[in-house]
Ligand binder design. Sequence first.
Ligand code: ZN
Length: 293
Amino acid sequence: MPTLDGHKLAILSFHKIGEPPPGGWTTWFYIPEETFIRQLTYLEANGWQVIDQSRFLKGLEDPESLPRRSSLLTFDDGYRSMRTVALPLLKRFGFPSILFVPTNYIGGRDTFGSGRNPSEPICDWDDLKVLESEGVSIQSHGASHRHFSEMNLEEQKAELLHSQAALEDGLGHPVEIFAFPYGDDGANPEALRKELEQAGYRAACLYRGGPISFPLANPFRLPRLAMGPDTDLEAALERGEFIPLPSSLSCTSTADTHGVPSASVNCSPVPKDSETVARALEPGDPTARLTQP
Ligand SMILES: [Zn+2]
């Protein structure tokens, strides 16, 4: 397929843009505004065309419809700073994005971070509607933000369906993209894929990994570039230096004893040191407690 040769899609995964709340502390998951602007500027200046959710979904089925260098901006957890800090910057660039929200927390706080990150308010329905009207597609990050490794298939299915129903009721459009909390898609991804498809999802995202090449292996296990303040986009996108998917997801090595993906550096390409990898774990990941204040 010569026309697909070199087509790449980079899905970037952000958490919080801006400063920690008053009295809070900063963590790797906060990206200062100036750094975020530099990252967006890099994409724009280097031909990484930022696509929206509908173009992304079409591109998964018809990669030739995508720009040769496509990027998709995603934000996890639905922090309120998405509306107050990130949105104005995204609008300045004219960039669309996707926000993955755990529906049990809409209008509440991120108690799932359990002390390793300062607690932050989560968007309420009004925030989500405003975001959608400004080019931010709201999609599912499950309901409870629990690890899929700690649930059986029925519980996983309930997460898919309940979160989807809540968002569809609240926002009035189909919800077709899922992002696994902690990038953890559980012990039986094949069975889960069937449930995702049956529920009407068309794509699902992991956490960590690099740009996607085509033809696509599996639209329900899409790697995403873990974005922090020190992420070097040129290194990641041009030289393949990014935090790899856990070995349990991308290679043949073993998972840790809890079945939770660990931040192994056994995969290739592996230029990052283990400390950087550990810092890149999503808030609340049990293996991240060593590195959180
Ligand atoms: Zn999350």
